[in-house]
Design a binder for this molecule. Structure first.
Ligand SMILES: Nc1nc2c(ncn2[C@@H]2O[C@H](COP(=O)(O)OP(=O)(O)OP(=O)(O)O)[C@@H](O)[C@H]2O)c(=O)[nH]1
Ligand SMILES: [Mg+2]
Length: 193
């Protein structure tokens, strides 16, 4: 995919703020600090469009980006960060389930996990919500540059087993590993509408 333009559209704290156009959307969801925003920036080959941080819990709204004036990326806030105030934590589930169930523009959900770590209870919960949404979804294991090939292979198999045989794509925002494959999946999801 040749990215000609990538622009920040808006941050949405509630459903009323979701963009009203009908362009397809790709959602990026996963635990706090797992590397969602970095993955978006690496896909788009830009630095700093999606805000990244070594402080978990940084993104707290749905952030919409418009790519090539054709489709959108939706950067979700991370879940599972203990120091985020309780009212924000409980609203995460509502925001995610609301979006996943209702959003007609959604063509692909990308569930991002850390290739080094065991999926958490909340990953399993998200996995169920994604299944219930009945829409295309994909599990991406990022930060793969932090593992040896052997460890990575073992962990990918394990993650696939825990998340019930979903195929898992290895990714690294640092090395660009998995980037072409992920773009292929995104393109085909966009073209299927
Ligand atoms: N080595 C390595 N570090 C990464 C990779 N992806 C992200 N990181 C680092 O992980 C930290 C968190 O990255 P973010 O992209 O901000 O994570 P996030 O999931 O958007 O975080 P929240 O929005 O707070 O939920 C940053 O310090 C990144 O530099 C990767 O593929 N490899
Ligand atoms: Mg983020």
């Amino acid at each position: 995919m040749k990215v000609v333009t990538a622009e920040f559209l808006k941050s949405a704290f509630k459903e009323d703020d979701w963009p009203r156009d009908s362009k397809p959307e790709i959602a990026f969801l996963g635990r706090s600090n797992v590397g969602k925003s970095s993955l978006i920036n690496s896909l788009l080959s830009v630095r700093g469009l999606a805000r990244t941080s070594s402080t978990p819990g940084r993104t707290q709204s749905l952030n919409f980006f418009l790519i090539n004036d054709q489709f959108k990326f939706v950067d979700f806030p991370g879940f599972g960060y203990a120091r985020v105030p309780r009212e924000i934590k409980s609203s995460w589930g509502e925001m995610a389930t609301g979006y996943l169930a209702k959003r007609r523009q959604l063509v692909l959900s990308i569930h991002i996990v850390d290739s080094r770590h065991e999926p958490t209870k909340q990953d399993l919960q998200l996995h169920e919500w994604l299944e219930e949404s009945n829409k295309p979804r994909l599990v991406v294991a990022t930060k793969s540059d932090k593992l040896s090939n052997n460890e990575l292979r073992k962990n990918l198999e394990h993650i696939a087993r825990v998340l019930k045989n979903d195929s898992v794509l290895a990714y690294s925002a640092k090395s660009g590993r998995g980037r072409d494959e992920l773009w292929r999946a995104i393109k085909s999801a966009i073209q299927s509408v």
